[in-house]
Ligand binder design. Structure first.
Ligand code: SF4
Length: 314
């Protein structure tokens, strides 16, 4: 096994094919409405990073019913995860969150998966999710966008939070025994390979449970599109992405589940690395094999590594 893949992990955990059902409900984020910033992250399209508002007119429950039907037919799935994907899915009053989250828990739903910003996850929300978990006997996954560990990059892309908020949110979620998944973009041109390695080490040190690796893509209407057209942003090559992804994996704690290896850009993207999920998988696996690496080959830096190297025989 070159890295820990998601599908077998979910199958083992839930004893059946388990499919995420993507949901669109929340419509903004603190980095757009002026609370933290305006205009959003420079790579974020108006629809909230990645997920078209296909289901705008449908309630969460209707989206779940539709999604479950589709997942049963297409993937023969038997268990389902309600995945709140677009925008910041904790950015609403507690009463509203309570009602919305509960409306997604239908038969055979085994988990709520909430994607959010690390600066929008206070203890009150963790308490609410804990209550829901205990009442319905389901799991809670929380997904935090970190994107980069380089503070200059976070500033450049107008992220509106630093690494500290991420560490704080992860600590809170882990205190409640939620599964924590981090999102990272590996090929920011402002980052170097050392930022990628540092990111992998940080995620391992804070003991996240899963990671979604993303490649950059440039959508129309974003600040990045303007920078790209104006020659201020020079994206990296597909080969560089593959190199960074394989390096990232080699430093990653082998326990961490890899939820994705690359982004799926929208069809109207102005630029992307040009690899689909299948070819990216092939190339990243090829790069690992070429270098004799697997996930965790270089995971040897925690728990007093230099002391152990010098003084411990085990
Ligand atoms: S935090 Fe997420 S939804 Fe908000 S602007 Fe950034 S990428 Fe978009």
């Amino acid at each position: 096994m070159l890295y820990r893949e998601l599908a077998p992990y979910l199958k083992e955990k839930y004893g059946a094919r388990t499919q995420r059902i993507s949901l669109a409900y929340f419509k903004t984020c603190p980095n757009r409405d002026g609370t933290v910033g305006v205009g959003g992250c420079t790579f974020c399209e108006e629809s909230g990073s990645g997920f078209a508002n296909r289901f705008k007119a449908m309630s969460v429950e209707e989206q779940m019913i539709n999604g479950i039907e589709h997942a049963k037919k297409r993937y023969k799935a038997k268990k389902f995860i309600a995945y709140f994907q677009s925008f910041t899915n904790t950015y609403a009053p507690l009463d509203e969150l309570n009602g919305v989250y509960r409306s997604a828990i239908l038969e055979n739903v085994v988990a709520l998966d909430i994607s959010t910003r690390p600066d929008a996850f206070p203890c009150e929300i963790a308490e609410l999710l804990k209550d829901i978990r205990d009442e319905y006997d389901i799991d809670i996954f929380v997904e935090f966008g970190l994107e980069s560990v380089n503070e200059n990059t976070l500033h450049n892309v107008n992220r509106g939070h630093s690494v500290a908020e991420f560490v704080d949110a992860v600590r809170c979620a882990k205190n409640f025994d939620f599964e924590v998944i981090a999102h990272v973009i590996l090929d920011f041109p402002y980052d170097t390979i050392y930022d990628v390695i540092g990111c992998s080490k940080l995620l391992s040190a804070v003991e996240i449970n899963g990671v979604k690796m993303h490649s950059l893509y440039i959508s129309p209407g974003t600040q990045m599109a303007l920078d790209y057209k104006g020659g201020k942003l020079k994206p990296l090559s597909a080969d560089e992405y593959v190199h960074r992804a394989a390096t990232f994996l080699s430093y990653l704690d082998p326990k961490i589940v890899v939820h994705r290896l690359i982004s799926t850009p929208p069809s109207n993207a102005l630029w992307s690395v040009g690899l689909d999920a299948i070819s990216a998988k092939k190339k990243i696996e090829g790069e690992l094999k070429k270098n004799g690496k697997v996930q965790g080959s270089d995971f040897n830096y925690l728990n007093g590594a230099s002391w152990r190297k010098k003084f411990s025989k085990s």
